[in-house]
Design a binder for this molecule. Sequence first.
Ligand code: ADP
Length: 423
Amino acid sequence: MLADERREELVRFERTFNLARLGGAGLAFFLGPFFPNLGLWSLALLGVGLLVEAAAIEAALRRVRSRDGLERLARTVFALDCLVVAFGIFTFAADPRWTTYIVGMLLIIAGGFRFGPRGALAGAAAMSLATVVIAFFRSNAYGYALEPERIFFTVTVNLLAAFLMSGLLRELRGLRGQREAFMKQTAETEALRAVDQMKSDFLAAMSHDFRSPLTVVRGAVELLLGERPGALTAGQRELAENAERNVLRLEEFTEELLEMARLEQGAVALEPEDLDVRTLLSEIVADHQILAKQRRQWFALDAPTDTMKVTADRGRLRQALSNLVGNAIKYAPTGTPINVRAEKQNGLFRIAVSDHGPGIPPEERGHMFEKFFRGRGVGSTPGAGLGLSIARSLVVLHGGSLDYEDTPGGGSTFVVCLPEESS
Ligand code: ADP
């Protein structure tokens, strides 16, 4: 425990015990007279003694500042408490019906709180000793029987109380440890979140700043390829085409980064409208026809002819589905079909994009939707590892889900499920 915390704890304990001392003085003053055989002087001494002790402790608490000083004070006060309580038991023991040894429990509790299990045991030992001594003394003074069973009983109860108190303290320590671990974890999570936020902000700013110069470069390359500034030699054309391909890739990557950052910042606001799923899928397929043809792939679109209306953000849903279709083209081998299938199932729209490519190995399935994750088998296939992550975030934003399934006969199937009324 930190020195500051222990200091505050000791002060708090002593102030609480001071309230108990005031209660003890009240008992001596107001209850004492109801016990026959109690010496008035003893009662007055006990009551006043407790009040003076409480006042002296309060004064000391205001003066002593260091942890060591407070520890010494707590030990002294505890020893004093033992004497005062022993004296209290002695005083009340003058009554033949005395059961005041119960007060000793308070010392066991106080010792435990102040100094842990050892304090509880010290309290139990002190109170047991006091009980034995008082029994001898009273037996001599008033001629009571020594009653060994009563002493044995009292000592045993004292020890049991110390044992229970130790258990309670252990529990408290455990709870305190848990609370500290939880607070530490919360602070760490908070710090991580702040760093993550910084990273998103940085990505957003960076990708934003990349866009304009890239557009300028692409424009220039397109002009070159259009031979506006003059005819190109075969070598120059090859270089310019290479530059164009790479600029397009860079633009795509920048767009993905920007979209990712926007999604992470919660800055993507959907603009829902009523869409026909079949029409949307036909458009997406048409957009990808050229790419697919280059790889000698073909589409099989299977969607019921009756209207399938969904409320969604056209641009964002198209982007999510295009990422899946684009991946199918990229990762499936040439000369294979790509199936796009839509159906209504249990009140949900189920859109499945299947290919006959390598599929996703089981050990990668838990990671493929993470940002920047790329499979081990991607080889030289270009990509930044953001497509699936963006697609899933966009679908989830619509209140839907995106999951992976095996395609019968090999390959991947990505399934988007959307509620009719996407948010
Ligand atoms: P990228 O395609 O840029 O690598 P994605 O987030 O779109 O990023 O995909 C993550 C990874 O999931 C890919 O690197 C690839 O290993 C795997 N993957 C995605 N789609 C397919 C698919 N249709 N077939 C096989 N593997 C795929």
